[in-house]
Design a protein. Structure first.
Lengths: 378, 378
């Protein structure tokens, strides 16, 4: 069933999208403000992916670039839709709907800007099921829909079209170069596909999941319930079945450097009571691997989410500060994101990690099993 | 009147194009071999720019990238024509002819490859009247025809379209980034224009001039006449009226470094007899300024050409070697390349030079005036 998003939903969506950003993905609150400005009192139609026509023509839209630059370069509001128009003109076909390419971070919001401007509906699905740093890391590509041709719009009305056939990494490589020379941010339309393609290749209902997560956290706080129970209960009805508390404590160290356009580094969390044990998180924009006392407890593409230990407010890599009291959650990704082909596109090896993928529900044990007092404080 | 180019003309054209490359422009002998391969025993029709129809649709073609990389990455032969096809598809219009964007260096040859492959004629004109390092340094742009949309083809069939409206420097900036990531060389079609535009904005008959220069030098050698007289006599019938011998001697120093994708540096030439005096040439791919005993005697966009002191064979910046006996020629550019608008696009300031443009015929004095024995050896 299709449903409507209004401006009242946006703060909840931003909160959920930050959680699914797993530390990266760009700031959805910036995107939220842009949607609010364009949407006003209106609403956006969201289409359930199971119910769309097989011949629906879907053109996903997104922003690419360094998250830090996005904050400084808020788009005028025309570039997101311009990228869609460039691709429509190039293909000689008008889009019936847009869709996110990733559900975590700012790209949860960009398609809503396009929808609010153009009147198009948005398909409730995406190609990352979280946030990833590169345009080629898409379930779309894994299951046979390629990104080319990609249309890119710059803030001074620059129009670029890149077509690398079925080589999505080359597409990413060239589009990244253009984006850097455009000042760090470009708006893109890519992975144009049919409704049938969406059903076969997209991670379904991730926009509604982000909204539901953000709303559940807020309502639990308002009603003095545990926001962590709310996260668990919300995910229980989705393809993201398993939630594990990987660690709880305070941030003791954040070593972050920006290199080759990525924020790379390590964060360390120790028990707040000064007891022994440690969680180490290595990140490249997004959190990639969590090691508890040296033993791996979660690894990409599963989600490693750092949240405030009281409010469950998600914290990005940029927002990590010494002394913060945090809980680190491990969340399982859907089966379609764990196949050998999927892992080749966005598993550990794609990020240069030597570790092999293993599901968080195997690595981190049962959530209810007794944990050392020093590492699990309720 | 239209005329034909055959494979027998190509070595002469390559020689003339090297001279007009003023030290840079890429190696036309590489391009020549590619033309020979595609052309075989056939011929290419060359159109006089004064005689083309005003509504002729002309799509210039060229190669962009670092000359040193071009030698290592000889195109398969399909990319030059692919760039034309990409632009045709994008514009929804079929080209009637192609044309060089620069008449010096390898880009004298690229349109001939396209012509030999496609059967299109080539317009005898270009947009630089020599070689320049950037796509925005075009008389086309100076007189109101802009480069966008630009189509770029990569060696693995990558297709890129860049449209920056009337901002040709931004077009160059983005296309350069893509070219670098394609491995250093891209094939481009840009500055699509009408026959009327060609008449208004192009430097006319530069392809035939390059051919005539190369042929005149060769014939003079064969007939034991002075190749320098041959150069002077050939240019006397063109828009390049003035030739001056700026210096003659041996190369004593070449300081060349590759930085930001350019070969930048200084060459010094001293009298071969050990006498006093010196010519200093500063270059950025192409020779930009010549100082004789510290006093400027020629400056961009006028041509500064280093040639062998006996055979008049042109020598590129890459080919400069210690001890070479050389003559340095200054050649005046056409009036349309010396207007304030033209100088803003490709005059001294465009290369970061503090000196102001002054015509070589004023700076270097009369060719027949007595010169110090140590600097002019006949």
């Amino acid at each position: 069933m299709s449903w409507q998003i209004t401006k009242e939903d946006l703060p909840d969506l931003a909160r959920g999208a930050t959680l699914l950003g797993t530390g990266g993905g760009g700031d959805p609150y910036i995107g939220m403000m842009l949607v609010q400005r364009v949407l006003g009192e209106g609403s956006i139609t969201i289409l359930d992916p199971d119910e769309i026509a097989d011949d629906l023509f879907v053109v996903p839209t997104a922003q690419m670039g360094a998250p830090t630059v996005m904050i400084e370069k808020i788009p005028a509001g025309t570039e997101p839709t311009l990228s869609l128009r460039i691709l429509e003109e190039h293909l000689g076909r008008t889009a019936d709907a847009t869709m996110p390419i990733e559900c975590g971070g700012i790209n949860s919001m960009i398609p809503l800007i396009v929808a609010a401007e153009s009147g198009l509906p948005v398909v409730d699905a995406d190609g990352m099921g979280r946030a990833f740093p590169e345009l080629s890391m898409e379930t779309f590509a894994v299951y046979g829909v390629h990104g080319s041709p990609l249309a890119l719009a710059g803030e001074r009305g620059e129009r670029v079209i890149i077509d690398t056939g079925d080589d999505d990494r080359q597409m990413e490589w060239l589009a990244r170069a253009v984006t850097i020379r455009l000042g760090g941010v470009g708006h893109i339309a890519e992975y144009a596909m049919s409704g049938a393609d969406v059903k076969r290749t997209a991670v379904p209902r991730t926009l509604s999941m982000a909204l539901a997560l953000g709303r559940a956290i807020r309502l639990a706080r308002e009603e003095k319930r545990s926001p962590f129970d709310a996260i668990r209960d919300t995910l229980a009805t989705t393809l993201y079945q398993h939630v594990r508390t990987l660690f709880e404590g305070k941030v003791t160290d954040v070593d972050r450097r920006t290199t080759e356009g990525f924020a790379k580094g390590v964060a360390r969390i120790a028990p707040a009571d000064g007891g022994g044990g440690e969680l180490e998180i290595r990140f490249q924009n997004e959190n990639l691997i969590a090691l508890r006392n040296g033993r791996m407890v979660a690894i990409v593409p599963d989600l490693i989410c750092v949240v405030d230990s009281e409010s469950a407010e998600p914290i990005t890599t940029e927002g990590l500060r010494y002394g913060q009291r945090v809980r680190v959650l491990g969340i399982s990704t859907p089966a379609m994101m764990r196949t050998p082909a999927a892992l080749a596109a966005f598993g550990p090896d794609a990020f240069g990690l030597a570790e092999r993928f293993s599901p968080v529900e195997s690595l981190a044990g049962e959530e209810r099993q007794p944990a050392p007092a020093s590492t699990l404080v309720h």
